[in-house]
Design a binder for this molecule. Structure first.
Ligand SMILES: O=C(O)c1cc(=O)[nH]c(=O)n1[C@@H]1O[C@H](COP(=O)(O)O)[C@@H](O)[C@H]1O
Length: 224
């Protein structure tokens, strides 16, 4: 099995981003660049990070009307990211438009319910029901729209995998037992997530804020 860990390089500082990538590159399978990095450095920054030779997961969580998202995805296509995120809540037409506009080799995956939310947060946004049902509902929408997969927590990935065996499943909110959870609410261990069917794991702070990021990445890989 290839290394399923994408390390989340969450920083607006390009030199720091490069230093982190350089430290961990031997023990991760890819680099995840999100809003924090992209807002600061845009496409030139992504190109610089691509020089490490690892697949790039561009996590911009696009969510807007179908035309706007399709045009944004089209504008990103020259970067040829391995993975690109949109929000499932944008609806079927938006998801279809995103997939149609993406570069052929790019997996388009839909964020279902952020791992920083729980059922109480859902209720506050007017969504009735629990996290499990909400994730399954949005996973069905994503599958019907013909995109490649979804982002969900390790608590739901087993149930989603059972309904969508060929889907591509991204699991963030991953912590080693006893690790600091921070702002995450639906958290599982790396091993539990891969056992349940995660295709890849997104791991940020447990690696990037460790005293020795390379050793932290290596230790996580050893549990898989
Ligand atoms: O799409 C994501 O990557 C994502 C979705 C989600 O539901 N939860 C979530 O934490 N993420 C991202 O995964 C990373 C998690 O970072 P850590 O909590 O530091 O491991 C961050 O870069 C988040 O933006």
């Amino acid at each position: 099995m290839s290394n399923p860990i994408y390390v989340a390089i969450d920083t607006p500082d390009l030199d720091h981003a490069k230093a982190m990538a350089d430290q961990v590159r031997r023990h991760v399978g890819g680099l995840k660049l999100g809003l924090e990095f992209f807002v600061a450095h845009g496409q030139p920054g992504v190109r610089e990070m691509a020089r490490f030779g690892l697949p790039i997961f561009l996590d911009l969580k696009l969510h807007d009307i179908p035309n706007t998202v399709a045009k944004a995805v089209q504008a990103l296509a020259p970067l040829q990211p391995a993975i690109l995120t949109v929000h499932a809540a944008g609806g079927r037409a938006m998801l279809e438009g995103a997939k149609a506009a993406a570069a052929p080799g790019t997996k388009v995956v839909a964020v279902t319910m952020l791992t920083s939310l729980d059922t109480t947060d859902l209720a506050a946004t007017g969504v009735v029901g629990n996290a499990h049902d909400q994730v399954l509902r949005l996973a069905d929408l994503a599958r019907e729209a013909g995109i490649d997969g979804i982002v969900c927590s390790g608590e739901e990935v087993g149930a989603v995998h059972a309904r969508w065996p060929k889907g591509f499943f991204v699991v963030p909110g991953v912590r080693m037992a006893g690790g600091s959870v921070g702002d995450q609410k639906r958290v599982v261990t790396p091993r539990a997530a891969t056992d349940a069917g995660a295709s890849i794991l997104v791991i940020g702070r447990p690696i990037t804020q460790a005293d020795d990021p390379d050793a932290a990445a290596r230790a996580i890989v050893a549990t898989l």
